[in-house]
Write a protein that binds this ligand. Structure first.
Ligand code: DQA
Length: 148
């Protein structure tokens, strides 16, 4: 099983960026948690981050050939990008959306998630644990063909 983890703009600034919202742990801490979680489950993983919408679309398209499942935190593009939504629909690979914060409890403009419309599940407001839950969910989903 191979998973692709995608993180959108400004998530590379974790640890420095608005720590009261996003915490003090860094992007490197997050990638370590993701790789450790996947290692324990014997999942191959590629952890990708970009600040550029088109690059994220390109990476999703590439996943058609190299991933069984996608975990995506599109960050600000969550609320604006029909292109990322369309890319997820185009490749039709099971995808789980993650947000560190609870976007439904924040500003009105964060309440809409385009990418989420193409995802089988969303974890929000759990911090880094949301990625662990998303990986475990996809593992079950892909192993059994269904999950709850
Ligand atoms: C975020 C929430 C988004 O609204 C915001 O633009 C981000 C991070 C989160 O993980 O909570 O950059 O996706």
């Amino acid at each position: 099983m191979k998973l692709l983890i995608i993180n959108g703009p400004n998530l590379n600034m974790l640890g420095k960026r608005e720590p009261t919202l996003y915490g003090h742990d860094t992007y490197n801490d997050l990638t370590r948690l993701i790789t450790d979680t996947c290692l324990a489950l014997k999942i191959e993983v590629d952890v990708y981050q970009s600040n550029h919408e088109g690059d994220i679309v390109d990476r999703i398209q590439q996943a058609y050939d190299d991933a069984d499942g996608i975990v995506i935190n599109p960050a600000a593009y969550t609320h604006t990008s029909v292109a990322i939504l369309d890319a997820l629909k185009a490749v039709a690979i099971p995808a789980v959306e993650v947000h560190l914060t609870d976007i439904s409890e924040r500003e009105e403009f964060r309440h809409v998630s385009y990418a989420g419309m193409a995802c089988v599940k969303t974890y929000k407001g759990l911090g880094f644990d949301g990625y662990v839950e998303a990986i475990k969910y996809l593992y079950e989903y892909l192993s059994s063909g269904s999950a709850n």
